[in-house]
Design a binder for this molecule. Sequence first.
Ligand SMILES: NC(=O)c1ccc[n+]([C@@H]2O[C@H](COP(=O)([O-])OP(=O)(O)OC[C@H]3O[C@@H](n4cnc5c(N)ncnc54)[C@H](OP(=O)(O)O)[C@@H]3O)[C@@H](O)[C@H]2O)c1
Length: 345
Amino acid sequence: MHDTSKVALNVKKILCFALLRGQPARLPGSKAIGWDFGVFEMPKILDGVAIAAAIKLEVAEEVRALTAQGIRPGLAAVLVGNVAASEIYVRSKVQTCADLGLYSELITPPDSVTTEEMLDLVAKLNGRDDIDGILIQLPLPKQVDTKALLDAIDPAKDVDGFHPVNAGRLQAGRPALAPCTPAGVIEILKRSAIPISGQHAVVVGRSDIVGKPAAMLLLHQNATVTICHSKTRNLGEITRQADILVAAIGRPGFIKPEMVKPEATIIDVGINRLTTREEFDRFFAGDAKREATFAKRGSTIVGDVHPRAFELSSAYTPVPGGVGPLTIAMLMANTVRAARMRRGL
Ligand SMILES: NC(=O)c1ccc[n+]([C@@H]2O[C@H](COP(=O)([O-])OP(=O)(O)OC[C@H]3O[C@@H](n4cnc5c(N)ncnc54)[C@H](OP(=O)(O)O)[C@@H]3O)[C@@H](O)[C@H]2O)c1
């Protein structure tokens, strides 16, 4: 068969397959056929590792300049008990401080610590001039009143951005320490030159840590924002209107291809660990690279977006390697920002 006829046949097959599946199909090579049978590009992978590295370089530069003026930004990281995942997170935060030249202190109260003892610790850290940021790794043991503790942190040192004063300032559009993960989402969009202004951003999830602040930050960037949650009716109808779709749900692969508008930008905040073969096959059957990771570690992670949904997008954050790396980078940036703001710099 002549080469061009072969190509035409392949295109036809793909179109038919697309119609049968009721989904857009991807042509071999760099183009794909969309719902309207227009042609669109392969999705761009938004590389969170590279973006986080660039932010860390900038932070290190700022730390050098401040240190030269006699101000070395400092972070106190409080890790209660022996929760393995928390230990890994906190140690990597402390290590990143060292890498970027920030001062850091790891404080490790025992699992039996009381609310009063923790409040006392926070009061001491609030009063220290060498500490610009206070991070209390969550979750805390049951006997500790987490809200009381987070509210006791000096808002000027609240580098996680969880204090109601910072939440209020963020909403009012005043200078605030914004939560790190949502701030990272904005950095990814901006540094990837993805327009936000005038776009319809749909945020699925309304937690105080991710969903709400992400929506507020997108609003401040002039997006038209819709926030969805577990009681939202016709969720797919709403997510299909998104130019920018932010998934912060905590449910593996929850956003399916049919919930995505072709050419949307997808930001997948979710981190869900898959440990069983059945779960693995639901998302990654036939993916040799994932298979190797799964065989080696006995687990792999998937976001809140089904991997097949990414195929429809114009750009997306992978999991892992998308939003995740930004969280620590933004924590470092917040600590330096807190050091400046506290001194009126
Ligand atoms: N990349 C990072 O560094 C980073 C940082 C933080 C979190 N995360 C990940 O991000 C995800 C979300 O975290 P989170 O702390 O925001 O979780 P969360 O506090 O559990 O909030 C989940 C949100 O999703 C909504 N939701 C749950 N089921 C839903 C459904 N069927 N339909 C629509 N909405 C639904 C919930 O709605 P309701 O409010 O109605 O219950 C809630 O608002 C998790 O996977 C977490 O691991 C990643």
